[in-house]
Design a binder for this molecule. Structure first.
Ligand SMILES: Cc1cc2nc3c(=O)[nH]c(=O)nc-3n(C[C@H](O)[C@H](O)[C@H](O)COP(=O)(O)O)c2cc1C
Length: 315
């Protein structure tokens, strides 16, 4: 039996809530332990950007603790307990909700798998007994659900790509994503059987991944098969005008676009795939750039003096 957690950022018992509850219901029927949480009902303060969490990890003083003592630890604890995490958000202005982003900002750097893995290694070598929670290193699978009221999928375009943030830092293997668009055409998703059936499929995908005997089978992509990036299985690429270069916005990896028989094909080398920020290689690259760049920050002479002339501008 595994633990399956769903985090909903939608309105209480509206579309997102019920779609995630459908996934949980099927997972429970398959014998798994389930938990449903609505972070919006908790007190979770927005990140103030102090970077105390990262400095704490890198300096060996903390395991990424936040300066805020609010309800965030309840979500963090459930996330770390879970073997599978499903996150759902309504679409606001083509993207996930602001409170979803608040969750990601609080969860991001402080729960980064590479930051914590390297910290553990360093601390063991130094004899520092303050080691990260062992649950950090547990493999997890994830799925993402977006719900848009507008009638066109186009008005949900940034939602799933941005939602990958919620899986990236903890190194969760995303195996399925789904967007329900046109949700305002019916008063509730319970009146749209095709969407509820898609959630049953998502549940089955999670159940199958949890039952996998090999890591390859566990992390296998089980969502839609029309995508540009072979790592995240999405198609949010940045083009560089005048070149054949593309960059996956989710993974941060470079590839090439080519027209074959009138169809665009995308190629990302094995090497680039390994350095996706969804994989450990990309996280480690970022951890190292922070450790050797930001943590050894250059100091600006006379900074207080320089700031003085800006203090009253526009205030
Ligand atoms: C501030 C705001 C912005 C919205 N922007 C979009 C949008 O850009 N695209 C879209 O498809 N729906 C948009 N919607 C509609 C919601 O996605 C829709 O109401 C959805 O069903 C909410 O999910 P829920 O029922 O689970 O709460 C917006 C709604 C609000 C309140």
């Amino acid at each position: 039996m595994a633990k399956v957690l769903a985090l909903s950022f939608g309105r209480k018992m509206s579309n997102t809530d019920v779609m995630l509850k459908e996934v949980l219901k099927k997972c429970e029927e398959a014998g798994h332990e389930i938990k449903f949480m609505r972070p919006d009902d908790l007190e979770i303060k927005p990140c103030i950007g102090c970077c105390g969490c990262v400095v704490g990890i890198m300096s060996g003083r903390t395991n990424g603790a936040c300066v805020f003592k609010d309800d965030f630890h309840l979500v963090e604890d459930a996330y770390y307990d879970a073997d599978a995490v499903i996150i759902g958000s309504p679409v606001y202005e083509t993207s996930p909700s602001g409170t979803f982003k608040t969750f990601c900002d609080r969860f991001g750097p402080s729960h980064d798998l590479a930051f914590l893995t390297e910290a553990k290694k360093e601390r063991i070598a130094q004899g520092n007994e303050l080691l990260p929670d062992e649950r950090v290193f547990k493999p997890r699978v994830g799925a993402l659900v977006g719900v848009g009221g507008a009638m066109t999928e186009n008005w949900t375009i940034m939602t799933i790509p941005i939602m990958y943030e919620s899986m990236m830092s903890a190194g969760v293997d995303v195996i399925d994503t789904h967007v329900y668009y046109g949700a305002m055409a019916v008063d509730h998703v319970l009146g749209v059987p095709a969407q509820m059936e898609r959630m049953d499929k998502m549940a089955q995908n999670i159940i199958d991944a949890l039952a996998a005997q090999t890591d390859e089978e566990r992390t296998k992509w089980r969502g839609a098969d029309n995508y540009a990036c072979p790592v995240c299985h999405q198609s949010m690429v940045r083009v560089t005008p005048g070149t054949d270069l593309v960059e996956c916005a989710i993974c941060g990896i470079n590839g090439k676009i080519e027209m074959v028989d009138g169809k665009a094909t995308y190629t990302f080398s094995e090497e680039e795939q390994l350095r996706s920020r969804m994989n450990y290689g990309g996280k480690l690259e970022h951890r190292n750039e922070i450790a050797h760049g930001a943590m050894t920050q250059k100091r600006t002479e006379n900074l207080a003096e320089l700031k003085k002339s800006y203090l009253h501008i526009g205030e």
